[in-house]
Design a protein around this ligand. Structure first.
Ligand SMILES: Cc1cc2nc3c(=O)[nH]c(=O)nc-3n(C[C@H](O)[C@H](O)[C@H](O)COP(=O)(O)O)c2cc1C
Ligand code: SF4
Length: 467
């Protein structure tokens, strides 16, 4: 039955299959209920200028039938880029390239949402100009996983950051994007303020949840004044921090709980947010995101490339050279997670793993919820939508493995023939190697895997957009 929510601005007009039922939020219509979640990869130029590779990548998913694409994290300022080589939105000069990307994606009746990002402490690799300058954060303590250094921000720096978000949001609208997503999850700057496990300030930006949420609410307010009320603005949140996921029992802090995020979601709804995109975990990566294995053979190389970046990376690199330590790290990564039993991964428990939290946040806030987390089979997605536990799903790895997943569903296929195995090789390799599915078992041969991995560059180089 069509319905409208005052606050969420949501209208639906049903067709037989809930996956293909359009959804409208604040005037923005999604043609179906599958959104491509952000998939960062170092495919752009070092300074943040956009490459043809970025356009070729996003067009793959637009052609594959998703209703919208959320860009990979787009730095609102050069010192806030998580890794160099991702297209930024830190200057008015970036507007024409974003506009071109958006126009190309629109040709496939696909909406484009730009993700506004500032890494803060969780800056994996600084740009050369910021090497050895600790990034601004809510704390001066290094993070748990890598030991990435940080510097507690001053009040004037916080005020500047709020304006940087507003300016970036304005640029996104100028570029013709259909909306923006503000990153407030996975240990990036807004989450550093939000999280009780990370924020250790002694001023009005810390104390209770309301104080920790102050910066996030200030950013939302500034962004709204920059883009107006009639522009889609969503926020990616972590439902639960699970701060001690890979270190307990050594670390007792848990961080924000689902109850905290539910409370926050109510405030965000009152402050004019349009939708919540639900993730998990207070770092990236984290055992809860992307949920699955820690491929320690590949992680060895990652820690080598991060050797100088964190206080803990040299030790992790050395330990990972030895098989028993690698096995321990693999076990430790998943041991508290519901989708691991002994040494086995339980893929059924990964697919839709955030659905329960999404349903609670949706109910409490009244906001539409985009639920991410392991989705890749039509049946499971349909079930969640039918039960109204989320409004749409978003997919990262399932689409990286099968960019035409939505077309497969439309043709009646319930599950992809070669599903994503949640091996996380795509993620762990992304700092050093091209963004691609690196799970050899999914391909007929090693040669085919490399052929697929490099094919996006050929599409970009010759401008083949219609293949
Ligand atoms: C290679 C890779 C790059 C990612 N880049 C981003 C990013 O730039 N911004 C972001 O918010 N999430 C990013 N993510 C997280 C995904 O958007 C998604 O939240 C997560 O992978 C869980 O979804 P999935 O189970 O469908 O993969 C990335 C994930 C992967 C695997
Ligand atoms: S490498 Fe491929 S199979 Fe492994 S998690 Fe990434 S997309 Fe899935």
């Amino acid at each position: 039955m069509p319905h409208t929510l005052d606050r969420g601005h949501m209208d639906t007009s049903p067709t037989d299959d809930p996956i293909f039922r359009p959804l409208t939020i604040n005037g923005l219509t999604f043609k179906n209920r599958v959104i491509r979640s952000s998939l960062g990869g170092r495919v752009d130029y070092y300074d943040g200028s956009m490459s043809e590779g970025r356009i070729a990548w996003d067009l793959r998913f637009a052609r594959g039938g998703v209703s919208a694409i959320i860009s990979s994290n787009s730095g609102i300022r050069a010192d806030g880029m998580a890794v160099p080589g991702y297209a930024t939105i830190d200057d008015d000069r970036t507007i024409p390239s974003w506009r071109r990307l958006v126009q190309e994606v629109h040709r496939y009746d696909c909406r484009y949402i730009i993700q506004l990002h500032f890494a803060g402490r969780q800056r994996d690799i600084p740009r050369k100009d910021f090497v050895d300058i600790p990034p601004p954060s809510a704390t001066s303590r290094p993070d748990l996983l890598y030991g990435l250094r940080a510097r507690r921000m001053t009040i004037p720096e916080i005020e500047d950051l709020v304006q940087d978000y507003a300016r970036a949001a304005w640029r996104a609208r100028e570029a013709g994007a259909d909306g923006i997503e503000i990153v407030a999850c996975n240990g990036y700057i807004l989450h550093q303020f939000l999280s009780s496990a990370i924020n250790d300030r002694e001023d009005e930006y810390n104390g209770d949840l309301r104080a920790r949420a102050r910066l996030t609410l200030e950013v939302l307010k500034a962004v709204r004044s920059a883009v107006g009320r009639d522009f889609f603005v969503s926020m990616k949140l972590s439902g639960r921090d699970e701060h001690n996921a890979y270190t307990a029992p050594l670390v007792r802090a848990v961080g924000n709980t689902l109850a905290d995020t539910i409370e926050l979601s109510r405030w965000l709804a009152e402050a004019g947010l349009d939708a919540i995109h639900l993730s998990q975990g207070d770092s990236f990566p984290h055992p809860l995101v992307p949920a699955g294995r820690l491929p320690t053979d590949d992680a060895r190389r990652l820690f080598a490339s991060l050797f100088y970046e964190g206080t803990r990376t040299p030790l992790a690199f050395l330990l990972l050279q030895f098989a028993p330590f690698r096995r321990f790290a693999e076990w430790n990564w998943g041991r508290r997670m519901p989708f691991v039993r002994g040494r086995d991964l339980l893929p059924d428990k990964i697919e839709g793993m955030n659905e329960d939290d999404a349903a609670k946040i949706k109910e409490a806030s009244g906001l539409p919820v985009i639920c991410v987390g392991g989705w890749q089979s039509a049946g499971r997605i349909r079930e969640a939508l039918e039960a109204d536990r989320c409004d749409t799903v978003s997919i990262a790895r399932g689409l990286l493995a099968n960019p035409d997943l939505v077309h497969q569903f439309a043709q009646g296929q319930e599950n992809p023939e070669r599903p994503c195995t949640y091996c996380n090789r795509c993620l762990i390799n992304v700092v050093q190697y091209p963004l691609a599915c690196w799970e050899e078992a999914r391909f007929d041969s090693r040669e085919q895997m490399f052929h697929e991995a490099y094919s996006v560059y050929k599409e970009a180089a010759v401008g083949v957009r219609e293949v």
